[in-house]
Design a protein around this ligand. Sequence first.
Ligand code: 2DE
Ligand code: MG
Ligand code: MG
Ligand code: MG
Length: 317
Amino acid sequence: KTASNPFNLVHADLRHLESTISLLLQSTVPKLSQISNYYINNSGKRIRPTILLLLSKATSKSHLVSPSQRKLGEITEMIHAASLLHDDVIDNSSTRRNIPSTPTAFGNKMSILAGDYLLAQACILLASLNNTDVVKIMSTVIANLVEGEILQLSSRTTDFSIYLEKTYLKTASLISLASKAAMIVDSRSEEVIHAAEEFGKNLGIAFQLIDDMLDFSNFDLGKPSNADLKLGLATAPALFAYEEFPELGPLISRGFGEPGDVELATNLVLTSQGISKTKELARKYIDRAKIAISSFEGSPAKDGLDEICELVLNREK
Ligand code: 2DE
Ligand code: MG
Ligand code: MG
Ligand code: MG
């Protein structure tokens, strides 16, 4: 077990990433710089770039991060921030990171346009890598985010495999494919590229399982909790609860749309094993993520990746 927090291992790299992104988002239209930078400035966990930086260090003989790998970290954080600017419109969500959400602070139109701007700046940075394979990989990520979001909006199903597919698309794809790309741009072996992709995929699915579990908690998440049922979404805790309480079936099918549905479903989920089963499943994905990188040589960065796995599983926000 490492003595130091994995985020400390990349502290300087993250400060560099933040200032670089902020420069990239400068625009002659001042509002655009402000809104596109809004979530990036406001102390996110930076988990995605931290993973990329640690994977880069752990798999480099010199333990150095290349300029292209840094850029991929920046691109990844920009795509993530763009998805949040759109997500808070779609979810009609009032707060994030303990501040008003961008739709609340600036309106839906501004939030969507600032997301588009961020995405465009991420594409410009992506082009500067001069690697068409990596352009394809990161463009696939953007397509996957949209596919995951549409699948979520259009599927009121009790089918767990569809939930997992959606979870890959809307959350794990970004971490997984960005990790893969970060290995490709610095010419890692096929084995290492595959290991990074598997690590990101399993960690990403665990990350969203915990996000969906925390939505049922009373913790201060910095964003509204108990939100998913109100949005009509049956996530892992509700799907596990349905196995014990089949009477949840019709509520899931109608998107918890009738008066009293949300309250009844909340009570059944909290009475069921849904929360603990969700955490157990997240543990399985976390273990798979750790196994994926188990052949990496020992280093502080490798220990940091293992530590991130535990932090993702045990986080309370
Ligand atoms: C987070 O899920 C959502 C992630 C994907 C959002 C993708 C969109 C498609 P949550 P929280 C909006 C457009 C993508 C672009 C512009 C790249 O559970 O609980 O809603 O943090 O997250 O609100
Ligand atoms: Mg949301
Ligand atoms: Mg959402
Ligand atoms: Mg959520």
